[in-house]
Design a protein around this ligand. Structure first.
Ligand code: UDX
Ligand code: ADP
Length: 463
């Protein structure tokens, strides 16, 4: 089957960049990204590509090249569904905040709404692709909805999880480690798989395109995220032990990372992992394991989250204890608010939880992040519902200039590993701060010896 029209429902951190790269690499395919959120679509269509709603290095250039040629952003969801041969579902699947599975299971209501809409609109056969990370066997539910409510047309459901990491999304999409496509073994299922393989073959080598059954594909995505998060919790657990024993976690990470069986990546101790995926996916895995009565499996993976929460709490506790057991009315400057560098995404960022804990201790928080606005910082805190918006506003302010943010501060906490923090004039910052001037480096990005030579009381993670 020759594919000429694709649509993607959901113009978020996954759908937007993924479709931009498909459009760039497949000029013969018309790619339409649709979303209910009018403001988001308007931002994707902004004449100035610097204003697209997602910051990812290199994405603006790709959008500039493909937009209007074969890449379109629209709110006309039904029209896009009707015209497309392949429909990617890339809507949000947050952790449930109500009912059975509250706080653990993935909330599939947006997925179900999408499936019902596709069923209602589709008048010819469609390939429906799960792009959002979903619990195992979601494809079955989608298929059931499509088959029972559709107009008698054939649907093939594929699972094609996205492994891109934010901040490196464009490079990950252009040079993926692998593309995973799960489908059923029927003749029609295999044809659908091959149609999608054909799309990726425009730029991905055949040996990197892996085809599996649907359940293996769905579970592989959860497993990959669980393994990655587990490595971070493992090194973070060691960081606390290092602090007690005089070992240095960076040296330990280097020493173990040189073992080719372990490998050097994802061994950076930090204030704790954030992002929209790790916590959500592990909680989901725990929920699935429990629902099959696999309590030991569930407990094993839950420990990754318990350790991560501990690491965030430990960081704020260290700040309070080091500042003579009180931060009340003290100015503490956060450098970084995003959950990692090179993204404007703040979902589950450790900064949110550390700020919340310090505001509970009546600290005054100043924030500087090169890509996150004050509006977003306050919205993140409001979302926790610890206090009212007005109360958050009275304790937290954001700055556009890092030097102003640090002026008069009692302490600086580094929450995101933005490269620019290494380039600052730290002597100038030191001179403008209250003394003793404390730095809590939650990302181990600064040079400890240099910071101490300037006069800072410098605390790193894991040493
Ligand atoms: C992750 C997966 O990497 C990606 O494959 C999947 O598709 C989505 O989830 P993402 O959350 O975008 O991607 O970023 P990632 O680079 O994995 O970082 C997640 C969090 O872990 C960040 O807060 C990051 O700062 C933290 N981290 C990462 C560490 O603390 N230490 C490390 O060594 C690596
Ligand atoms: P991700 O990081 O997984 O891409 P986001 O939350 O950034 O997730 O994006 C998901 C997008 O999906 C949101 O912009 C939301 O408005 C959109 N969305 C959710 N449900 C629907 C729907 N039924 N139709 C169209 N768009 C939807």
């Amino acid at each position: 089957m020759k594919i000429t029209k694709i649509c993607c429902i959901g113009a978020g951190y996954v759908g937007g960049p993924t479709m931009a790269v498909i459009a760039q690499k497949c000029p013969d395919i018309q790619v339409t990204v649709v979303d209910l959120n009018e403001a988001r679509i308007a931002a994707w269509n902004d004449a100035d590509v610097a204003n697209i709603p997602i910051y990812e290095p290199g994405l603006d250039a790709i959008v500039a090249e493909a937009r209007g040629r074969n890449l379109f952003f629209s709110t006309e969801v039904e029209k896009a569904i009707d015209e497309a041969q392949i429909i990617f579902i890339s809507v949000n699947t947050p952790t449930k905040t109500y009912g059975k599975g509250k706080g653990m299971a993935a909330d599939l209501k947006y997925i179900e709404l999408c499936a019902r809409q596709i069923a209602r609109v589709a008048k010819d056969n469609k390939i429906v692709v799960e792009k959002s990370t979903l619990p195992v066997r979601t494809a079955e539910a989608i298929k059931s909805i499509l088959d029972h409510t559709g107009n008698g047309v054939q649907f093939q459901i594929l699972s094609n999880p996205e492994f891109l990491a934010e901040g490196t999304a464009v490079q990950d999409l252009l040079h993926p480690d692998r593309i995973l496509i799960g489908g059923d073994s029927s003749e029609e299922g295999q044809k659908a798989i091959q149609a999608l393989v054909g799309v990726y073959s425009n730029w991905v080598a055949a040996d990197k395109i892996l085809t599996t059954n649907v359940w293996s594909s769905e579970l592989s995505k959860l497993t990959a995220n669980a393994f990655l998060a587990q490595r971070i919790s493992s090194i973070n657990a060691m960081s606390e032990l290092c602090e007690k024993t005089g070992a240095d976690v960076n040296e330990v990470a280097k020493a173990i990372g040189m073992d080719s069986r372990i490998g050097p990546k994802f061994l950076k101790a930090s204030v704790g992992f954030g992002g929209s995926c790790f916590q959500k996916d592990i909680l989901n895995l725990v929920y699935i394991a429990k629902s099959y009565g696999l309590n030991e499996v569930a407990d094993y993976w839950e420990q990754v989250i318990i350790m991560n929460d501990h690491q965030k709490r430990r960081f704020s506790n260290t700040i309070v204890q080091t500042l003579y057991n009180t931060v009340a009315d003290k100015k503490i400057t956060f450098l970084g608010w995003a959950f990692k560098k090179d993204t404007n995404d703040t979902r589950e960022s450790a900064a949110i939880y550390v700020a919340d804990a310090l505001v509970n201790e009546q600290a005054q928080i100043a924030v500087y992040d090169p890509k996150v606005s004050e509006k977003k910082v306050l919205a993140d805190l409001d979302y926790l519902e610890t206090r009212t918006s007005a109360q958050n506003k009275a304790c937290v302010a954001s700055f556009e200039d890092p030097y102003l943010a640090c002026k008069g501060a009692h302490a600086i906490a580094i929450l995101t590993e933005w490269d620019e923090f290494k380039e600052y004039d730290w002597k100038k910052i030191y001179d403008s701060m209250q003394k003793p001037a404390f730095v809590f480096d939650g990302r181990n990005v600064l040079n400890a010896a240099e910071m101490k030579a300037i006069g800072f009381v410098y605390h790193a993670i894991g040493s």
